[in-house]
Design a protein around this ligand. Structure first.
Ligand SMILES: [Zn+2]
Length: 393
């Protein structure tokens, strides 16, 4: 594969070692990896050259929390919530029923569409969870579909108690930690649990996570989204890579995160879509916690694939600076997935980057809702962009 000089970069963000920004920069890509990054004037020769016309280049977004394997949508529920009506039924069970009824080809087509949306908006790494099948076979095939799109697959059989186990949640936990895990472990890198009042309590969550760890999966936890609870401290205690949501935290939770290697992954799309109070990123950052931003893309509470939208929310609503939000959406996500080959653009990193139609990444928050990604590159190759498809193509 010929080497490639990516030249005329107006502003390059490398995240090396932290948020290093370089004006009038260039990158050299070899075999899908960054071979060199630095001032354009000092760039070494390469076999081929592409100029990006003074645009800003950032590491590709690492979306470390997404629920993409499902069928149907819940726009009616969203409209009802937005007009103040309440409901009893529906919710996640609607999606579980639709997912079970869909064949593999339908599930795969849906994931492909959402991943393409993500890529067109600058995302180059995505984590994908199961959790809308809730039977042994439907969770297994959900993960098999997810595996076709990413190595970062997460078994979330403990999303909610499957409808047919309504009166016997402990029986469902035993299934998840037993036969379902047996069927799913080969298709997953991670195990996750929704530790929340109304989902799984501390004891149930611990049982699921410990079973997954024993099978060689690594842990992540949906924690403290809807109210205070044991999720964050359980995640830290078990050495989870990430505690996700972190909206309702007491001082002990913040200390536990700061003292652990567990990343706090914040998902402002969920608070936006449910009109809920946002997590306090400033408090976490000031305490020394590593913060990631992700979309939580799912049909119920956060049906966005846009990391730029989440960055805009984080800056507007959560006390983050544009630089902090960009770091959290790239390197933060990489940390939440325990990856050192993505989220940065230094030598050895994957050549995964987004070219912004803007002089600076600040525009991601400064121009909310505007499509600013000129091109997304993965492993040194420019991907087709949904957002810039010409009328004739
Ligand atoms: Zn989630």
């Amino acid at each position: 594969m010929p080497s490639l000089l990516v030249d005329e970069i107006g502003l390059l963000v490398t995240n090396e070692p932290e948020l290093a920004e370089l004006e009038r920069a260039a990158l050299v890509v070899e075999d899908g990896r960054v071979a060199w990054a630095g001032p354009a004037a000092a760039a070494p020769d390469a076999d081929e050259r592409v100029g990006v016309g003074g645009r800003c280049v950032i590491p590709g977004f690492v979306d470390s929390h997404a629920h993409l394997v499902f069928a149907g949508d819940r726009s009616e529920e969203f409209a009802a919530r937005s007009s103040g009506r309440s409901y009893e039924a529906g919710g996640i069970r609607t999606t579980v029923a639709a997912t079970r009824a869909a064949d593999d080809a339908q599930l795969k087509a849906n994931v492909a569409r959402l991943v393409a949306e993500m890529q067109s908006q600058g995302t180059t790494t995505v984590e994908i969870k199961s959790g809308y099948g809730l039977t042994v076979e439907d969770e297994r095939r959900s993960l098999a579909v997810a595996q076709e799109f990413t190595d970062e697959t997460t078994f979330l059989g403990a999303h909610v108690v499957a409808p047919e186990f309504g009166d016997n949640p402990d029986d469902y936990v035993a299934l998840v930690a037993g036969a379902m895990l047996d069927a799913c472990a080969a298709h997953a890198r991670w195990i996750d649990v929704f530790c929340e009042r109304g989902a799984f309590d501390e004891e149930q969550s611990r049982a699921v996570l410990v079973a997954g760890l024993a099978r060689g999966l690594a842990a992540r936890v949906h924690a403290n989204q809807l109210g205070p609870g044991p999720g964050v401290r359980l995640a830290c205690e078990l050495g989870a890579a990430s505690a996700d949501h972190c909206t309702h935290l007491d001082d002990g939770d913040v200390s536990a995160l700061a003292d652990s290697g567990t990343v706090a992954t914040l998902l402002p799309g969920a608070e936006f879509s449910t009109r809920s109070p946002y997590p306090d990123a400033r408090r976490l950052l000031d305490a020394g916690v590593t913060v990631a931003l992700a979309t939580d893309c799912n049909p119920g509470s956060s049906y966005t694939t846009s990391m730029p939208f989440c960055i805009a929310l984080a800056v507007r609503e959560m006390g983050m600076t544009p630089a902090e939000a960009l770091w959290s959406a790239t390197m933060g996500g990489a940390r939440a997935l325990r990856r050192d080959d993505v989220g940065r653009l230094g030598p050895g990193a994957r050549a995964d980057f987004a070219v912004l139609d803007a002089p600076s990444y600040v525009h991601l928050a400064y121009r909310p809702g505007v499509f600013l990604v000129e091109g997304t590159w993965k492993d040194g190759v420019k991907l087709a962009s949904l957002g810039r498809r010409s009328p004739t193509s």
